[in-house]
Design a protein around this ligand. Structure first.
Ligand SMILES: CC(=O)N[C@H]1[C@@H](OP(=O)(O)OP(=O)(O)OC[C@H]2O[C@@H](n3ccc(=O)[nH]c3=O)[C@H](O)[C@@H]2O)O[C@H](CO)[C@@H](O)[C@@H]1O[C@H](C)C(=O)N[C@@H](C)C(=O)N[C@@H](CCC(=O)O)C(=O)O
Ligand SMILES: Nc1ncnc2c1ncn2[C@@H]1O[C@H](COP(=O)(O)OP(=O)(O)OP(=O)(O)O)[C@@H](O)[C@H]1O
Length: 450
């Protein structure tokens, strides 16, 4: 049935949002024109919450920010020309942040749907906002866990640095729950249910595509931190996430824009200025490349039988893979390639249950990672130069050089590359763009050394 016509919708409406401190349940309401109310529901464990004074006010501001950011899932179903915010006003700074999140975060969605959204997403701003005061938060990290290698590297780095942390995730993934339990640390699992009406619209002809899910999770964790009186939200987005896929004729399209530095910098500044002056948001892995993070992950084997970076595990609806690693998607290809230079071969094959680099029919997947005759896939994978550098290391390794795809690289791809295009050293150097607190950064830098 395709009876929903996105082109006929005039306005997307942010109706209202509410939080019940006795139950820990939040409701976020949206609608198209005069259509039914679409409600997203979040459940924050730990209720009842005793909130008063500045912390109660900060929670209310964080709730509104979440309402505005999470609206992207619903807005994208029709991308109408008008946006209305009906229960409260936002200032120009908030409107600018949201325009950036919607325009950039829906970049892949727009490209795949043949739409041009630049300059067309207008959040109505009214009035001004006073700078947010501190909310009396205590030093404690709410650290996001996604079930893959990156957040586990951060969790272990925070543990080594002696930072108190609660391992936190959104949604009902059993895989993430198992990884979180394996850390042996305090955990927090936040429930999130999208409105069933959205899935109904999808079946009836709505526009669909990728949304900036890390922006949504960031807003959820910011609210969780305030509810628990914690002063920092820590993500594990690496430097490579700031670089998109280069599409001939279109330019750069970044699947993981909300994992990039631009989003992190702007969102962190917004939380401090508009939500609570003492709430920090940063990515612990921001200065590092995917390869530097993979090298760090290879130094511990505590999670080998638990983690997975394969996104096929994380669908809300439908099938999940029988194994933790499907072995054929871009994330499986990339993580196998990135870990191979830093892990004993039997260990890596034990994790994946197979040797992806000896499967000749998987050549197109690895070619795309290296940006050879294809663009980098729309997935959370490293830069092309990282994949080339990893393959170069394997081509020089007795353990790997006879495997089908490594041999093919040496024979067909390597001769076409400039040596500067396949070097490792510069990729392991940390960069300066990050928001990690000073003392922690010094310890982390030492911990990540060669
Ligand atoms: C797991 C996954 O990759 N899902 C993407 C997929 O969704 P699909 O239709 O196959 O199924 P479901 O995940 O079950 O979702 C059902 C529909 O629900 C809507 N929806 C879902 C989550 C949400 O937050 N908002 C939503 O509106 C949507 O209409 C779904 O069809 O394809 C979708 C369309 O391309 C993607 O939007 C789904 O991506 C999820 C939001 C997701 O969690 N993806 C992460 C695994 C992911 O891509 N992470 C990125 C981070 C990128 C970023 O910008 O933050 C990464 O690791 O690189
Ligand atoms: N369900 C979730 N709830 C909260 N945070 C999440 C969730 N899924 C992912 N994240 C966080 O989003 C960021 C990006 O996720 P990403 O999948 O890249 O990381 P990962 O799962 O730790 O590692 P990998 O890159 O190996 O998959 C990480 O900080 C991760 O902790």
């Amino acid at each position: 049935m395709t009876d929903f016509d996105p082109g006929a919708v005039r306005a997307f409406r942010f109706l209202d949002c509410r939080f019940d401190a006795d139950t820990g349940e939040a409701g976020l309401d949206y609608a198209f024109d005069d259509g039914p109310v679409m409600t997203e529901v979040l459940r924050f464990p730990g209720a009842p919450f005793a909130l008063d004074g500045e912390r109660a006010a900060a929670v209310q501001r964080a709730l509104r920010l979440l309402h505005l950011v999470a609206g992207v899932s619903y807005y994208k179903a029709a991308v109408p020309a008008e946006i209305r915010i009906e229960a409260y006003d936002i200032d120009a700074g908030t409107a600018a942040l949201l325009t950036s999140v919607y325009e950039n975060g829906l970049g892949e969605f727009a490209y795949r749907n043949g739409l041009s959204l630049r300059g067309k997403i207008v959040f109505p701003a009214r009035g001004s906002a006073a700078p947010a005061p501190p909310a009396g938060l205590s030093e404690h990290a709410v650290v996001a866990i996604g079930g893959g290698k990156d957040s586990l590297v951060s969790i272990e780095a925070l543990r080594a640095a002696g930072v108190a942390q609660t391992v936190t995730w959104v949604g009902g993934s059993p895989l993430i729950a198992a990884c979180a339990a394996r850390t042996g640390l305090p955990t927090l699992n936040i429930g999130r249910a999208l409105s069933p009406l959205l899935f109904d619209l999808n079946r009836r002809g709505a526009l669909n595509g990728h949304i900036p899910v890390t922006a949504v999770n960031s807003a959820i964790l910011a609210l969780a931190a305030l509810l628990h009186g914690h002063d920092q939200v820590v993500f594990s987005n690496e430097r490579s996430a700031s670089y998109g896929s280069l599409i001939p004729g279109t330019g750069e399209v970044n699947h993981q824009w909300s994992k990039g530095w631009e989003f992190e910098r702007d969102f962190a500044a917004h939380l401090r200025s508009h939500v609570a002056a003492d709430l920090r948001y940063y990515s612990l892995l921001r200065p590092f490349s995917e390869l530097a993070v993979a090298r760090q992950f290879a130094r511990i084997d505590h999670y080998d039988a638990y983690f997975s970076s394969c996104n096929r595990n994380f669908h809300l609806l439908g099938e999940r893979p029988a194994q933790r690693w499907c072995g054929v998607c871009p994330k499986c290809h990339f993580v196998f390639l990135a870990l191979a230079p830093f892990m004993p071969k039997p260990r890596l094959m034990g994790i994946f249950g197979r040797n992806l680099l000896d499967e000749a029919d998987q050549a197109p997947g690895f070619d795309a990672l290296m940006e050879f005759r294809d663009h980098k896939p729309f997935e959370c994978v490293g830069e092309g130069r990282e994949s080339r550098a990893a393959m170069e290391l394997l081509a020089n390794s007795a353990a790997w050089r006879e495997d089908a795809l490594v041999k093919r690289y040496s024979r067909e791809i390597r001769p076409q590359l400039d040596p500067a295009d396949r070097g490792l050293a510069s990729l392991l150097e940390p960069s300066d763009d990050h928001g990690i607190p000073g003392a922690l950064w010094e310890r982390l830098r030492a911990n990540f050394g060669a």
